[in-house]
Design a protein around this ligand. Structure first.
Ligand code: SAM
Ligand code: SF4
Length: 462
């Protein structure tokens, strides 16, 4: 075992799974009762839920729905990924960008192209983006400085109704001083997926490049947090190894960061392996996750770490996404392209196949019709409510007084500036309904903020 990651203790995880995972209705119900107290769950409790049989699924989902509703209400944060480069020195067996895929046309967008992509996304109504790149950062374009230039280019773009207010990044692990420069560049969350916590599987699927080093990757958040980036986003690529092992290990990763820095993961992403060009493995994942298990994973995570955002991408179909909204997902991407230049019309193959191809406005209109409040809020990050400060507000339930008005306000901005008739109609109804549900003081604040927006003011937040 390597000292750098001995906190992962895979043998203990396996022992917990052997000891606890069985379908024990009494135990499962006791854990669900505890989860409703909103204090999260320990490893044995998470393992107990992993063992819940199909006859207990509805009870599991009902508890997850309750917890989601309590903490996140009807808000759903929207974002889009911005792929700037598919140049990559690694060979991850599941990915179209892997160095071994010689058929893929390689591109690292220049700053004009990055600005053009950003402009297109701002014109659609986006305020939050996730910058994504292969590892290697195109030496021809300046190595790591290329990323910093790209971040600047995104923030520079201003269109009639707005600009990008929060740029998160999903980038390969960096050195401490690079993380410091990333922080200075004004990123929101630093996101990185471990892919799998199962070392033998990790070694088998990462064939070449720096990414072969498991420990370098699993210690990246420690370097990021030491560099002052306190919002980090974890993830596992489901389909590589047993999902029960993965979520218990993810819990250990979160606990490890909490012990070191007083705060764990700001978000968890749940990418499930999709077919990718030039990747035979992606067509037949070694540990496929069924739709039922996928929904179960989301529900269990929601109960285990109630204050951690759960992110669902357009890898999943519209139908699955619809089902997952209530189970605990708090952020979704929409209208995504996973090829650099894709928003400006480039048709090179993306990183993997998408399941939901609908444009942003259609997703928004549907969310509003379902009673959700699509939110473009970026207030916490811009007011310094990040990391531990965010959790200190979230855990006693105080963040709701901020999130609810910010969500309806940013949604009204969308509706007025970009919304189709369908989005506008469903949006106004959903906002009116949301106001009815707010406590009197929060509602007064929200109404004041909404009045500013109707009077032409923009970027109003609390
Ligand atoms: N290249 C960096 C890295 O690997 O960390 C940055 C992000 S990579 C472009 C984004 C993520 O896409 C990976 O972490 C991986 O989990 C996911 N991914 C790769 N191939 C995939 C596939 N076939 N289906 C679904 N997700 C995939
Ligand atoms: Fe490169 Fe990331 Fe794809 Fe691996 S997952 S091949 S590191 S882009």
């Amino acid at each position: 075992m390597d000292a750098l990651s001995d906190w992962l203790r895979p043998a203990e995880v396996e022992e917990t799974l052997r000891r606890v995972v069985r379908n024990d209705a009494g135990r499962v119900r006791a854990v669900l009762d505890k989860a409703r107290e909103l204090h999260g769950l320990d490893a044995d409790e998470v393992a107990t839920l992993c063992g819940a049989g199909p006859e207990l699924t509805e009870e599991l989902f009902a508890a997850a729905k309750e917890v989601k509703e309590q903490i996140y209400g009807r808000r759903m944060v929207l974002f889009a990924p911005l792929y700037i480069s598919n140049v990559c020195g690694n060979d991850c067996s599941y990915c179209a960008f892997r160095a071994g895929n010689k058929a893929l046309k390689r591109t690292a967008l220049d700053m004009d192209a990055i600005r053009a992509e950003t402009r297109e996304l701002v014109r659609q109504g986006h305020k939050r983006l996730l910058l994504v790149a292969g590892e290697g950062y195109s030496k021809a374009r300046g190595g790591f400085d290329y990323i910093l230039d790209a971040i600047r280019a995104v923030y520079e773009v201003t269109e009639t109704h707005g600009h990008i207010r929060r740029l998160n990044v999903n980038l390969a692990p960096l050195e401490l001083d690079e993380f410091k420069r990333l922080k200075e560049a004004g990123i929101g969350t630093y996101q990185l997926f471990q892919e799998t916590y199962h070392r033998p599987t990790y070694a088998a699927v990462h064939l070449a490049g720096r990414k072969r080093d498991f420990d370098w990757r699993v210690t990246a958040f420690e370097r990021a947090m030491r560099a002052g980036i306190d919002d980090v986003g974890m993830g596992v690529l489901f389909g590589l190894a047993d999902w029960r092992f993965e979520i218990l290990s993810l819990m250990r990763h979160i606990a490890h960061l909490e012990a070191l820095f007083g705060v764990g993961s700001h978000t968890i992403s749940v990418p499930r392996m999709e077919p990718a060009d030039g990747s035979p493995m992606s067509m037949a994942p070694p540990a496929p996750v069924s739709d039922d298990d996928f929904k179960k994973i989301i529900a269990i995570l929601r109960l285990a770490v109630p204050y951690t955002g759960i992110i669902l991408s357009t890898r999943e179909s519209a139908a699955i996404r619809r089902e997952c909204y209530m189970l605990g997902v708090s952020q979704i991407s929409a209208g995504s392209r996973t090829n650099p230049g894709g928003y400006s019309g480039d048709e090179t193959a993306g990183q993997f196949q998408l399941g939901d191809h609908r444009p942003l406005d259609e997703v928004i209109a549907e969310l509003a019709t379902m009673g959700f409040i699509p939110s473009f809020c970026t207030a916490c990050y811009r007011l310094g409510r990040t990391g531990r400060d965010f959790m200190d507000l979230a855990k006693p339930g105080l963040i709701k007084q901020k999130c609810d008005p910010n969500a309806v306000t940013t949604f009204l901005e969308y509706v007025l500036d970009y919304g189709s008739d369908a989005a506008r109609c469903a949006g106004e109804a959903s906002i009116a309904c949301e106001l009815e549900r707010m406590e009197a003081k929060t509602r007064r604040n929200a109404e004041k903020m909404l009045a500013h927006i109707r009077n032409g003011k923009r970027d109003v937040f609390c």
